[in-house]
Structures are given as structure tokens and as C-alpha cells.
Design a protein around this ligand. Structure first.
Ligand code: ATP
Length: 595
């Protein structure tokens, strides 16, 4: 509304749409005659005081028909946009979310449908099903459903990789729930804009079909039908075309401008958010650049430290990786190795730090454990067991069942871990109910309250009804941890979970992780660039270099006496408070390799 009052075009759109809606709703009250009432004494009267717009050949009042036609136009427009959305949006969601073959085949189908002229689709539907309001709504809806499918698919393709969707998958929400309760509300804004624009277009298509005599029958007034009738009398009554022509043009224009205005007002607030985000990203980048120095070469044998603390710890094994190979498939049929022959174990109550420079494969390893490897990347060999059961070779459905109960994950960006359009309570309750379908809403809310309390969020009752943007970074990350804990996982994976937080908040969140580990006895894999974080929180560390595990061992043993040259250089490059640590030499070394 603020946009409407600032922009004359938006104000025009709002006023015209409001007038059309009021006229359509109040048509029987404001029209001087019933639209079908015939006056055989005054056929084709032309404008008179009794009939300001004249009459048709049966003496029906054209003003009354014009007013009632607003009803027809809106009914067909709203009905057909609803039909188009009911068909197009779920189709686009599934294509965008599933990706792969579904998307390739579905997108070709959308291309083919796009190549057909819209009116042709309308003709075919009406020719098969006959005339009538329901058929007209279906025909116009089918013309536009592909546009909704295309838009929804495109946005879903970008949204599906965001942290809140991955968190929802890892929390054990089923695909339909993720699609309709997580993704769909986040697509609402562009879909509303598209719907407003298509309301105008649907009025245009309805008018075109009615003009050609394919819309509604004679007895149902419509602007297109009135225009069609007027063309038969252009010689004797040219004025007949003016009123329906203006009604169509002005209404279509108004809906189009309304769509633009909604888009402007939404992208205005998005721009503001993006500017804030950009500021944060730049800050993050700076921080990571100072920490994220590069690597040198290393020889191939992983260094394994003192017995009992390194490769085969004595306690209960939660996670065991044996000779894991991960590759990316190349379009020419070849493969690029991303992880080679990695073996690791984590036992109950233990925190394993996964260290290495950017691109060394830490996240790929975590994604392989979670069964969330991106398209084109796959587990090519080895075994991953969780509590003794093999994960490699499981179907996506079996892995989905394990995530959330067996494993939980917290990603880097605290705000992106949570859906921005749902309250924190709703997100927690959704995950609680996904794990226990029989739990009542009240009991799920109580559980959500307990979880917020467990992760140290103050005043959980009030916080449950707040949105993620009302939480600071540290508090949002606590909520993300609470979501990961819903299914009481045996393994918690933190993927740079504290990197985006300031030092004080980082320390608080790390204390929370240590406390939860002690209280719940989980195994934790903490992926981090930050050797300080690893030293404070981890029992053991594993160091990766370009997909190779070069060293594992008890954290202080590794940091005090690194057994591998790369680990030593990584530690030497870690910036101290006042020293000028040397940079790791990857850039220089790559130049040498390149040469
Ligand atoms: N979707 C993908 N397809 C193919 N290769 C990928 C894909 N994503 C990442 N890679 C490659 O996999 C390797 C490991 O990447 P990964 O994200 O695991 O590194 P990382 O150690 O987690 O780095 P960072 O700390 O920057 O997140 C890199 O060489 C990267 O280029």
C-alpha cells in the first residue's frame, strides 16, 4: 500500500482493480436491468436516457451487460489462475527439487508446451469439452500453468541448496513436507507477482475466446462477447465497441501494473536485505581470507598418532569410514577424485575435528556421511558405517530415514539454516512431528520449548513465536542446533558451524556443544578452518590435504608435534595475536605446477 501511494501507476492499478471488484460483487444491485432482460420495443436503440450505452438486437441493456461482464471476467481470471497454480506450482516444485532425469524430461515437456500458442490450447480444450464456465476456466488455466511450472522450477533450483532446506532434509522431514511446508512459503512472493500479472492476461484470453464465440454462451455476458457483437454493427453503431474495449484494456493494464507494483515493493525490501547480507558476506570473506591460508604439497602416507587416541579408539564406535573414495563425474565419462582412501572413526562422546584448507574435501566427506552428495559427485568405494550399519549403497529413502535420528547437522550460516518465513517454534514443531506422527500439537510445542531451553535460548515460550530474523547469529545457531537435536542423533556434524559468528558468540556456541556432548553422549564431527576452535573443542583431529587424509591423532599431540610436514605448515600459518605467520604456499606452488 505504501508503494501504491508513492507511485501514480500503482495507485491507478489499485483503484481500478478495487472498482472492478466492487462492480463485480455488487453487479445485481447497481445494474439498472437484469443482463438477460429483453426489451423488444427498443432493439439497437443507441445511447438513450433509459439505456446510456444502448441495447443489443434483442433490446438487452448494454450497460447492465457491461457491469455483469466484470463478474464473468473476474470469475474466469481468478478461477483460471487458481487452476494454473494448482497444476503448475507442484509440477515446478517436483522438477526443481528432484533435479536429474525428472528435471531434464520435465523441462523438455515444458519447452514443448511453450511452443504451442496459448489460444490453440484453449480451442482444443473447448472443442473437446464444449462451452461453459468450468471449461473456460480450465482452458485458460491450462494456457498459463506452464508459466507457473517454469517459474516455480527455476526458484526451487536455487532454494533447494540453501541451508534451511538441507537442514530440513537432515532433520528427517519427508520430501512432500519439505516441498510444501518449507519451500513453498519461500516461493510465495514471486508467485503472488506472477498471479497478479496473469489475472490480467487471463482476462485477455477469456475476452479473445468470447470474442471468437468460443467462451460462454449467449446468456452469460462477457466483455469479449460484447466486443464480438459490436463488430457486427461497426457501420450503424460504432460506439458499441467503445465501452467493452475500454473495460478490457483498462482492467488488463491495471492488473499488469499491480503485478509490477507488488514486484517493486517486494524487491525493494529484498534489495535492503541483500545489501545487509552482502555486508555480512564481505565481512565473512575477509575473516576467512585471514584464516584460510593455502597449502603446500605433502607426501601420501597419513600419519597416525599414539595408540588408543588415533585410528581405532577403544570406546563405542558411532561412525567408521573405511577406505572412502569420492569422485566427481566428468561430462566426457572420466572422473575427478575428490577424496581418496580416507579411513576415520569417531566414538560416542568424542569430538573429531576435520581440518584442512579450503577445497581439501571436508564438506564432501561430511556430505557423503549424510548421504547428501551433490549431483555428479558419488561415493566410488569404501564403507561408511553408523552404529555398525553400512550406509554405502543405501537408497535415498533409507538414508532419509536415518538422517535426523542417526545423524544431525548444523551448517555455517545461522540464518540460512532456518526458513525465513516460519516462526522458530513452527520449524521445531514440524521436525518434532516428522519424527513422531502421533504426538499432539501441544506436546510437540512442549518438546520444542524443552529443546530451546536445552540449547540455552532465554525465554523459550516467547522465542517460539518469533521469526529467525529476530534472533542474533549466535541465538539462531543455537536454534539450528536444537533442530538438529530433535531426533536425539548419535552423530552431530558441525560444518563450519561457528565460523560466521563473532569470537564471543563462537565461544558460547562451542561451550554449548561441549556441554551437549557431555550430557547427551553424542559423537561430534567438527569441520573447521580454525585451529584455535579445534584445539579448544576437539579430542582428536584429522587433517585433509586435497582429498587425502595426511594425519590423525589426539589434538594436542598433533598440534605440539605435527607428524606431517603439511600439518606443521598449517599450524605455522595460523595467525597468532601479534606475530606475522607465514602464508601457506599453495598459490606459489600451483604456479610452479602450472608452469
Ligand atoms: N558439486 C560439485 N561437483 C564437483 N566438485 C565439487 C563440487 N563441490 C565441490 N567440489 C570440489 O570438491 C573438492 C572438495 O570441496 P569441499 O567443499 O569438500 O572442500 P572444503 O574442504 O569443505 O572447503 P571449504 O572449507 O572451502 O568449504 C573441491 O575441489 C571442490 O572444487
Amino acid at each position: 500500500m505504501r508503494t501504491a501511494f508513492r507511485q501514480p501507476s500503482a495507485l491507478f492499478a489499485v483503484v481500478v482493480v478495487a472498482v472492478v471488484v466492487i462492480v463485480a460483487v455488487a453487479a445485481p444491485l447497481i445494474a439498472p436491468y437484469a443482463p438477460e432482460a429483453k426489451d423488444f420495443t427498443a432493439p439497437l436503440s443507441g445511447p438513450t436516457s433509459a439505456h446510456p450505452l444502448g441495447t443489443d438486437d434483442l433490446g438487452r441493456d448494454l450497460l447492465s451487460q457491461l457491469i455483469h461482464s466484470a463478474r464473468t471476467a473476474l470469475l474466469v481470471a481468478v478461477g483460471s489462475v487458481v487452476v494454473a497454480m494448482l497444476i503448475g506450482v507442484p509440477l515446478g516444485l517436483v522438477l526443481g527439487y528432484k533435479g536429474g532425469w525428472y528435471d531434464r524430461i520435465g523441462s523438455r515437456g515444458l519447452d514443448i508446451a511453450d511452443a504451442l500458442p496459448g489460444l490453440m490450447i484453449g480451442f482444443v480444450v473447448i472443442a473437446i469439452l464444449g462451452q461453459g464456465m468450468a471449461v473456460l476456466i480450465l482452458a485458460v488455466g491450462l494456457v498459463f500453468c506452464m508459466n507457473f511450472a517454469r517459474l516455480t522450477r527455476a526458484i526451487t533450483l536455487t532454494e533447494r541448496n540453501k541451508g534451511y532446506v538441507e537442514s530440513a532434509r537432515v532433520s528427517g522431514l519427508t520430501a512432500p513436507r519439505i516441498l510444501f511446508s518449507q519451500l513453498l512459503p519461500n516461493l510465495a512472493a514471486p508467485l503472488v507477482v506472477q498471479a497478479a500479472v496473469f489475472l490480467g492476461s487471463a482476462i485477455k484470453v477469456e475476452a479473445a475466446l468470447s470474442f471468437l464465440g468460443l467462451g460462454l454462451g449467449e446468456e452469460q455476458p462477457s466483455w469479449g462477447g460484447m466486443l464480438g457483437f459490436a463488430t457486427q454493427h461497426t457501420a450503424d453503431h460504432p460506439e458499441m465497441a467503445v465501452a467493452p474495449g475500454i473495460a478490457i484494456c483498462v482492467t488488463v493494464l491495471a492488473f499488469s501494473l499491480l503485478g509490477d507494483a507488488i514486484n517493486d515493493s517486494l524487491s525493494g525490501s529484498r534489495r535492503l536485505r541483500r545489501t545487509k547480507l552482502l555486508g555480512r558476506v564481505l565481512l565473512d570473506d575477509d575473516t576467512s581470507r585471514t584464516r584460510d591460508d593455502q597449502a603446500t604439497t605433502a607426501d601420501e602416507t597419513p600419519v597416525t598418532r599414539a595408540a588408543g587416541t588415533a585410528e581405532e579408539p577403544s570406546g563405542d564406535l558411532v561412525l567408521a569410514l573405511r577406505n572412502v573414495d569420492i569422485v566427481a563425474d566428468r561430462p566426457d565419462g572420466g572422473t575427478v577424485p575428490l577424496i581418496q582412501n580416507v579411513s576415520l572413526t569417531v566414538r560416542r562422546g568424542e569430538i573429531l575435528g576435520l581440518l584442512g584448507e579450503s577445497g581439501s574435501g571436508k564438506s564432501m566427506l561430511a556430505k557423503a556421511i549424510l548421504g547428501l552428495l551433490p549431483a555428479g559427485v558419488r561415493l566410488a568405494g569404501g564403507s561408511i558405517t553408523l552404529n555398525g550399519s553400512e550406509l554405502a549403497g543405501r537408497t535415498p529413502a533409507q538414508l532419509a530415514a536415518l538422517r535426523g535420528t542417526g545423524m544431525g547437522v548444523v551448517f555455517q550460516n545461522p540464518q540460512a539454516n532456518l526458513s525465513p518465513v516460519h516462526t522458530v517454534g513452527r520449524q521445531l514443531i514440524d521436525v518434532v512431528r516428522a519424527h513422531d506422527a502421533t504426538i499432539s500439537k501441544e506436546a510437540a510445542r512442549t518438546r520444542a520449548f524443552e529443546l530451546l531451553d536445552l540449547v540455552g535460548v532465554d525465554d523459550p515460550e516467547r522465542r517460539l513465536d518469533q521469526y529467525p530474523y529476530q534472533f542474533s547469529g549466535g541465538m539462531a545457531q543455537r536454534v539450528a542446533i536444537a533442530v538438529a537435536l530433535v531426533g536425539e542423533p548419535d552423530l552431530l556434524i558441525l560444518d563450519e558451524a561457528t565460523s560466521a559468528l563473532d569470537v564471543t558468540t563462537q565461544a558460547q556456541v562451542l561451550d554449548l556443544v561441549l556441554d551437549l556432548r557431555d550430557r547427551l553422549g553424542m559423537a561430534v564431527v567438527n569441520i573447521t578452518h580454525d585451529l584455535g576452535v579445534a584445539a579448544e573443542t576437539c579430542d582428536r583431529v584429522a587433517v585433509l590435504l586435497r582429498g587425502d587424509l595426511v594425519e590423525t591423532g589426539e589434538v594436542h599431540a598433533v598440534f605440539d608435534h605435527p607428524g606431517h610436514e603439511y600439518t606443521a605448515r598449517l599450524i605455522a600459518a595460523y595467525p597468532g595475536v601479534d606475530d606475522e605467520s607465514p602464508r601457506l604456499g599453495t598459490h606459489d606452488q600451483r604456479k610452479v605446477e602450472h608452469a
